[in-house]
Design a protein around this ligand. Structure first.
Ligand code: ZN
Length: 140
C-alpha cells in the first residue's frame, strides 16, 4: 500500500477550515461561517455543518418522529387509551379538552397508523375507555 504524502488541505477536503469558513461534513461544500451552524463546544465556536444541511437533518428526524403512531394510556383519566402521531400536540389539545395528560404512558410505537388503530381497538374491547370504544361517560 502506498501512502500519499500529506498535502495541505484544500477547501475541498473534509474537515477543512480556515479563518473565513469551513467544509460542511454533510454536503462537503466549503461555506463561509455565516452559513455554518454555531457550536459552542468547538474551539472556534462553529460546528462542521452548514445551516442548510442542519435544517434538512432536523426536518428529517422530525418527520421520522412524527411518522410513528403512538398508542398511549392516561392513568389519571381512568386508563383512557388513544393514538396520536405527536404526543406533544395531542397532550396540548387534551389539556384544552380538560383531560389530564400529565402522566401519559406510551404503550407502543407503531410503524403504521393501522397497526396503532388495531391495538387501540383491542384495548377498547378489553374495556379501556377511549374515543372509539367504550365510553367513560356515554352521552344519554
Ligand atoms: Zn452542508
Amino acid at each position: 500500500m502506498k501512502y500519499k504524502t500529506r498535502t495541505k488541505p484544500t477547501p475541498r477536503s473534509k474537515n477543512y477550515f480556515d479563518d473565513k469558513g469551513c467544509v460542511c461534513n454533510s454536503c462537503n461544500t466549503y461555506k463561509e461561517y455565516q452559513f455554518i451552524i454555531k457550536e459552542p463546544r468547538y474551539p472556534n465556536g462553529y460546528g462542521r455543518r452548514c445551516k442548510e444541511c442542519h435544517n434538512e437533518l432536523n426536518r428529517q428526524s422530525y418527520l421520522k418522529r412524527q411518522g410513528k403512531t403512538k398508542v398511549y394510556m392516561l392513568p389519571n383519566e381512568d386508563n383512557y387509551v388513544g393514538i396520536t402521531q405527536s404526543m406533544l400536540d395531542r397532550a396540548r389539545r387534551g389539556r384544552r379538552q380538560g383531560m389530564d395528560y400529565s402522566d401519559y404512558r406510551i404503550l407502543m410505537e407503531c410503524d403504521t397508523r393501522k397497526d396503532a388503530e388495531e391495538l387501540e381497538a383491542l384495548l377498547h374491547d378489553m374495556g379501556y375507555p377511549g374515543k372509539y370504544g367504550y365510553k367513560k361517560n356515554p352521552i344519554q
